[in-house]
Each structure stands twice: as C-alpha cells, then as structure tokens.
Design a protein around this ligand. Structure first.
Ligand SMILES: Nc1ncnc2c1ncn2[C@@H]1O[C@H](COP(=O)(O)OP(=O)(O)OP(=O)(O)O)[C@@H](O)[C@H]1O
Ligand SMILES: [Mg+2]
Length: 329
C-alpha cells in the first residue's frame, strides 16, 4: 500500500530582486497512514512552506507531492474538495486563525453544516459538544458561547484543533501548534494531539523549531531535521535524536537542556557550532549550507559539493544523513 503522504524531491522557489529564493530544495519524505513526521529546524528554514505544500495551499516549483498515491496537483472538483477535507492545517498562530466575531459554537458548527455532516440542530449541538470533549475543553457548555478573546492561548489552540476535527481528517499538519502556549500547558496539548493520533489514527506532519517537542511528539514516528531548505537528517525519531549524526542535528541536541551542568558543559564543547549568526535563505552558502558553522568542515569538498541524504552504513534502518564527512568516519 502506498504511504499516505509522499514528497518526492520537492522544491519551492520565489522570485526576488537578488534572483530566485530557494525556500525548500530536494525535500523527500513519506508519512504512513496514522504515522507521524516531525519537521524541526530554525526559523526561516522552510518548515511552514513544507506544511503549506503538503496541505495543497502552495504549489511546488518542482517535484511531486502524492496523497494516497495520487499527485495532488491533479486534483480538481470533487476530488479536490475531498482532499481538502481529509487534510487539515492547524495554523502557527491561533490568534489570527479564529474568526474574532464567531463564538466557539459558530466556529465548529459552520463546517459541520457546510459539509452536511449532521442531520439536524440536536445532532449539531451534540457533535459540537463531543468535539469540545475530544480536545479536553470541559465541561463543553462553558465554552460554547465564548468568543476567541475570552479564551486563553491554549484554549484557542484547542478550538482550532476541534475545528480541524469537524471534517474527520486523515492527516493534520500542525504548524508550531504548541509554541505559542505556556510551557505548563504545552504537554497537555501535546498529549491531546497524540491521543488523536493513537485513538483516531490521524497522521501528523508536526512542525516545530523545538527538538525536545519534536522528539516527544514523534517518538514512535520519524523526524526530519531541516537546515536552510534542505533535510539534513531523516529517520526514526529515536535514532535521529539519540544517535544524531549530522553536525547540525548534534548541535540541536546539544542545545537541549540537561539537568546536570557538567554534562551540559561537556556536550556544548563537543558540538559547538562555529558562528551564532544563521546564514539566511537569501544567501545560502555554496556546497553544504551548514559548512560555515560546521565543526567537521573540510575545505575543498564541504564548500563545493551539495551533500545528498544517504543511509547510515551500520544502521539497518532508514536513518539518513546528508554529510559525507560523518558517513566516512
Ligand atoms: N510567499 C513568499 N514569498 C517570498 N518569500 C517567502 C514566501 N513564503 C516564505 N518565504 C521565505 O521563505 C523562507 C522560509 O519561510 P517559512 O515560513 O517556510 O520558514 P519557517 O521554517 O516556517 O520559519 P519560522 O520558524 O519562522 O516559522 C523565509 O525566508 C521566508 O521569508
Ligand atoms: Mg513557520
């Protein structure tokens, strides 16, 4: 059976005065039915663009996106509306994604009515209450007639998730869905989303700049580490995060907080990255884009050849890394 989602060498460029901006390049991955892929990387590396392409909201400049084995660029009419229902994007910013003049009830009732997913008003109210329970907004009647400004950031995000669930999606793209909420409620939001994955079988493309959040959410799935528009490491999350191979992923792991300060110091020395200034997409370094910051930099090759993702030799699994220096060590 084909995977639910497949990116094949997807590229997106935007024109600019300095020439084409390569926002993402050669991005390939698969997400199985009910699977999870976390995409992690610094600001501006192309995560949201990847998510929007997966949702069919931005077209790739090159490459192919398959959903359920079919090229999404060919979807039209009823096929396109079916795709739009099966795939839901939860926006980075719940403040701007919820209509401020609609109550929670109106927000959730609208798609249920539009797609005729309920027969009558009684069923509609029942369904809205059920959705609020699913996203842990309890008791539901306390929330039905509230407006977005009367809710906290975490509650708003839960309403955004409930709205995505109105149409029974198979695939949710969650773009920094827990980044704007307090740390104290982050884990309950993450657990709520994980329950949707485990109990309803919803597949996730989970976008975050925070490796610890990615690791927690996708522990049973995969992680793709992105750097300036390219995936530099990809594979089962335990391997990518415990046996990180790419110097950039290692630097991300090294920056995670650890409780023992001695371990933190050793780790920081081990994986220090050269410059704190992140090169930008407007000015991508030649060869491996990470080379100006890389502790393993080798002149003459790293600054000339763009490394491809290749399987880690000793690993039986699908753990891949785009760094020939690491692969030949
Ligand atoms: N429509 C567009 N036109 C021109 N440039 C764009 C467009 N959309 C995105 N970009 C540029 O592409 C790059 C990647 O943007 P993207 O939003 O995908 O990054 P991101 O990884 O989601 O960042 P963040 O973590 O800050 O949300 C940025 O430099 C951005 O300015
Ligand atoms: Mg983004």
């Amino acid at each position: 059976m084909s995977p639910l989602v497949e990116f094949r060498s997807v590229e997106r460029t935007y024109p600019s005065r300095q020439g084409p901006l390569h926002v993402i390049r050669d991005v390939s991955f698969t997400i199985e039915r009910g699977g999870i892929l976390a995409v992690v990387g610094e600001s501006g590396c192309g995560k949201t663009t990847t998510g929007k392409i997966a949702a069919g909201l931005v077209d790739p400049s090159r490459g192919t996106v398959l959903f359920d084995g079919e090229n999404i660029s060919g979807f039209k009419g009823p096929e396109l509306s079916r795709f739009r229902r099966r795939v839901q994007l939860i926006h980075q910013d719940p403040y701007s994604s919820l209509n401020p003049v609609r109550t929670v009830y109106q927000t959730l009732a609208a798609p249920l009515k539009r797609f005729r997913l309920v027969k009558n008003r009684t069923e509609l109210l029942h369904k809205v209450r059920e959705l609020l329970l699913t996203v842990d907004l309890t008791p539901p009647d306390d929330y039905l007639y509230k407006y977005p400004h009367q809710l906290s950031g975490g509650q708003r995000q839960r309403v955004a998730v409930a709205r995505a669930l109105t149409v029974n999606p198979d695939f949710i793209i969650a773009d920094e869905s827990v980044s704007m909420v307090d740390v104290s409620i982050r884990s309950s939001l993450l657990n709520m989303l994980l329950r949707l994955n485990q109990e309803l079988g919803v597949a996730f493309l989970f976008i975050t700049h925070d490796l610890s959040v990615a690791r927690y959410f996708s522990w049973r799935g995969k992680t793709a580490v992105m750097y300036l528009g390219r995936i530099v490491e990809y594979g089962p999350t335990p391997e990518v995060t415990r046996l990180s191979a790419h110097p950039y992923s290692r630097a991300l792991v090294a920056s995670l907080p650890v409780s023992d300060p001695r371990v933190a110091r050793l780790r920081a020395q081990d994986d220090e990255v050269g410059s704190p200034d992140v090169p930008s997409i407007q000015n991508i370094p030649p060869g491996c884009a990470f080379h100006p910051r890389c502790p393993l930099y080798m002149a003459g090759s790293c600054d000339r050849d763009v490394p491809e993702l290749m399987g880690m030799r000793e690993s039986e699994s699908l753990h891949q890394v785009a760094c020939p220096v690491v692969l030949t060590r």
